[in-house]
Ligand binder design. Structure first.
Ligand SMILES: [Zn+2]
Length: 475
């Protein structure tokens, strides 16, 4: 009898329902991160000769391999292509809507976000992003408006959202010119390391509300590290936090913000809901800048490594990773080479297949060498003045900042910096289909407690329902 009883206890203890409580949700959104963009990270980790991963496996690959993977469609009420506002609304609220609508369904209803539902269940909640907090992906959890550009309303709704932790960029979206010139605040603005970049976005500033909101307020990495309270707002950039390709020393990265958010939120015994957005990724993809996008993906990957480890240590946690939409329609291609380029490549023993250059794995190493955004390179080089923009200067500049040496005669032929830069991108076998969003299907990964066994092909409103089910199940 006793034996049977112990067996019963053992079965109970090891049954999935017991082993996996349902407590915390960490929802990661790679903004603009369609399959090919995520593929850039997966391929870089695996195939680059100088892959920074000793086992050639990105954290994203480790997480996805251990997850239940699905495919997500993100069509809005009327359109195949989505923006972050509609996709954010679909996932935050579970209701179908139109592009530009933020936290409001196509029916005009505002409803309750996952964050609000979690709060009603007594859970702690937080939003983390590396772009501005009032941008669509985080704000979809707080706002309810028919335009993602109504910043006064959106920023106020963030302050009133009840979130315990709000970390990101976007001080611009809480202030007006008047706030910036107000003597009462000069002491506070002095503490803002990026104050020279501030360009107030509001007519009627919210700064007074922000500083009296009851949240401790921090503006840099040091302040973030020291923060010990149960509530926190961190604003680490005027708009976005400075990009990963050349980060600012004072600014925390996505992993550091996520770490602090989890440290604070996990003190709540009822668990937490945390949304983490890799938002600058979308901006780099809009710029069709693969080097800067890879830098954002590597920052995301470091964050995913931390999150997976935390979820492994706290198995009552579900981790969801997806994108809201694809941006840029990125890809690697093959292209036919001819003339001088063909001769040179053949001389160098460069691998060609039927005179075609199939983008080679070593291009991944070159892409990773990029030191700043291509947009900044253009501006910086143009500022040199015409006299100094010699073909040799172009060659040296591109080699130093793109890691690629374009032959001098090609540069002479192209004539200017812009066309030479385009040629480098072409020779890396990189293609983009647009500077906007595409309607590409997306990946979704569910990991840990409560992960649906076979997600299959979902619409992104269904991700909301899965997370909602987890929240209520756990209570
Ligand atoms: Zn976008």
């Amino acid at each position: 009898m006793r034996k049977i009883f112990s067996l019963f206890i053992a079965l109970f203890l090891f049954s999935p329902a017991f082993a996996q409580g349902k407590k915390n949700v960490i929802f990661v959104v790679a903004d603009g991160g369609g399959p090919a963009a995520m593929g850039l990270l997966l391929q870089y980790a695996r195939y680059a000769q100088n892959s920074p991963y000793a086992d050639r496996t990105s954290n994203m690959e480790k997480l996805f391999s251990a997850s239940n993977l699905g495919i997500v469609l993100n069509a809005t009420k009327e359109t195949i292509v989505s923006d972050s506002a509609a996709a954010g609304t679909h996932m935050a609220k579970g209701t179908l809507t139109y592009p530009e609508y933020l936290g409001m369904g196509a029916d005009g209803q505002i409803g309750e976000s996952l964050m609000k539902k979690a709060q009603k269940l007594g859970m702690a909640t937080g939003l983390v992003t590396d772009v501005y907090l009032s941008d669509a992906t985080p704000a979809a959890y707080a706002a309810g408006t028919d335009s993602r550009r109504k910043y006064e309303e959106i920023s106020l709704s963030l302050l009133n959202s009840g979130a315990d932790v709000l970390l990101g960029g976007g001080l611009n979206y809480f202030i007006s010119d008047q706030d910036l010139q107000d003597d009462r605040y000069s002491g506070i603005f002095k503490k803002v390391p990026y104050r020279k970049d501030l360009e107030p976005a509001l007519q009627n500033g919210l700064f007074q509300k922000l500083i009296t909101s009851g949240y401790p307020l921090v503006f840099d990495k040091k302040g973030l590290k020291k923060a010990k309270n149960k509530k926190l707002i961190g604003l680490f950039g005027a708009s976005a936090i400075q990009y990963s390709v050349n980060p600012a020393e004072y600014a925390p990265n996505l992993k550091e913000m996520t770490e602090k958010a989890i440290e604070i939120l996990s003190k709540n015994e009822k668990g937490f809901f945390l949304m983490v957005e890799a938002g600058a990724l979308d901006w780099m993809l809009h710029d069709n800048d693969q080097g800067a996008a890879l830098a954002e993906l590597l920052e995301l990957d470091e964050t995913l490594g931390y999150i997976k480890q935390w979820a492994d240590d706290n198995p009552d946690t579900m981790v969801i990773v997806t994108a809201d939409h694809d941006t840029g329609g990125f890809g690697f291609q093959y292209r036919k080479v001819k003339g001088e380029e063909l001769n040179l490549k053949q001389e160098q023993g460069y691998p060609l297949y039927d005179k075609k250059d199939y983008s080679v794995k070593s291009n991944l190493d070159i892409i990773a060498k990029q030191t700043k955004m291509q947009r900044d390179m253009r501006a910086e080089f143009e500022a040199l003045g015409e006299k100094r923009q010699t073909p040799k200067a172009i060659q040296d500049y591109l080699k130093a900042n793109m890691g690629y040496e374009l032959p001098l005669d090609v540069i002479e032929d192209k004539g200017d910096f812009e066309d030479s830069l385009k040629e480098v991108n072409k020779r890396l076998g990189v293609v983009w289909s647009t500077g906007n969003h595409t309607g590409s299907p997306l990946f979704v990964s569910f990991y840990g407690s409560g992960a649906p066994e076979k997600p299959g092909i979902l619409h992104n409103t269904e991700i909301n329902k899965i997370i909602e089910g987890f929240l209520y199940d756990g209570k």
